[in-house]
Design a protein around this ligand. Structure first.
Ligand code: NAI
Ligand code: 15L
Length: 268
């Protein structure tokens, strides 16, 4: 039986999420094209490997040739110098969108981050219309990617779902992640609805599981029909003090971005 896409591109394929997604997205495309600056090992059946630096415009132009849709997960994923972030996340994401435009690619999913809104307080529930409040150079680069994709939608009709991923790891490793945790299964479901909903225009989706503590309201993305199935509650026993959370005025427990508010320019 033929699959929905002929060729689906995943950037960041050597990364933590890329390694998980590599297997999970196979049912959606005849060929999954994997890309990263790092080593991705050998291509398995139904895979193509194209190693490149996202900041290399000519290479990225070739990378998007013959592609139906893109899951853009490549780039620097934590705080770093502006120069490094500019190279991978700003120049790199621009190259992806310009190459999408030139190659006629009409649907992308952009791995944005909670750090685009990391300076909101954890008690404030925000939705997609809340102004961005990045907590770091990294968060700023995600705001750039969100705005860039909005521009390519308005100007060129390229559709994007920006998923502001909370914390996508096997399980929460601290109290903050009880609210921000996004299970791998729920991430894959968010990608599925982002790729296969007929019209998404430009959509911002907050990427979390159905956790008991909620910071984000996803009603502005209700057309996606995203229904997370997991909850961090299954790990509550690991955090017996979380009932008293946030315990004090430490920025790590006050702000959505947690320790990124220290890693960023504010305290340097
Ligand atoms: P990761 O750091 O493990 O993977 C990122 C990959 O991008 C790496 O394999 C790296 O080699 C590649 N990369 C970096 N610079 C590159 C360049 N110039 N050219 C080509 N490839 C380059 O990060 P992870 O956790 O897998 O995250 C994937 C994406 O999801 C990132 O964009 C990250 O910002 C985003 N995200 C992840 C979250 C999480 O909880 N894991 C939370 C929020 C956002
Ligand atoms: C992110 O954006 C990072 O890519 C990831 O490594 C985690 O730090 C995550 O946010 C988080 O906020 O937990």
């Amino acid at each position: 039986m033929s699959k929905p896409f002929k060729r689906l591109l995943l950037t960041g394929a050597a990364g933590g999420l890329g390694k998980i997604l590599r297997e999970r997205i196979k049912p959606w495309a005849d060929v999954v094209r994997l890309s990263d600056i790092g080593d991705m090992g050998a291509a398995q059946e139904g895979e193509e490997i194209m190693q490149c630096d996202l900041a290399d415009k000519a290479a990225v132009l070739k990378l998007l040739e013959g592609v139906d849709a893109v899951l853009h997960f490549g780039g620097i994923s934590t705080e770093n110098t502006f120069e490094a972030i500019m190279h991978a996340n700003i120049q790199g994401t621009y190259n992806i969108y310009e190459a999408a435009h030139r190659n006629g690619v009409k649907r992308l999913v952009f791995a944005s981050s909670n750090h685009a809104v990391g300076f909101y307080k954890q008690q404030e529930i925000i939705d997609a219309d809340a102004p961005t409040r990045p907590d770091s150079m990294y968060g700023l680069s995600k705001v750039f990617g969100e705005q860039l994709s909005r521009y390519y939608w308005d100007r060129a009709g390229i559709e994007t779902v920006c998923i502001r991923i909370g914390s996508s790891f096997p399980e929460p490793t601290n109290v903050r992640m009880m609210a921000s945790w996004f299970s791998y299964d729920d991430l894959v479901e968010a990608l599925r609805v982002s790729l296969f909903t007929p019209r998404v225009g430009h959509t911002i989706l907050f990427g979390t599981s159905d956790n008991a503590v909620k910071w984000w309201d996803n009603r502005k993305a209700s057309h996606l029909g995203f229904r997370p199935k997991d909850s961090s509650s299954q790990f509550a026993h690991n955090f017996p003090d979380s009932g008293a959370y946030p315990p004090d005025d430490d920025p790590v427990s006050l702000y959505v971005g947690g320790k990124f508010v220290y890693d960023g320019p504010m305290y340097k």
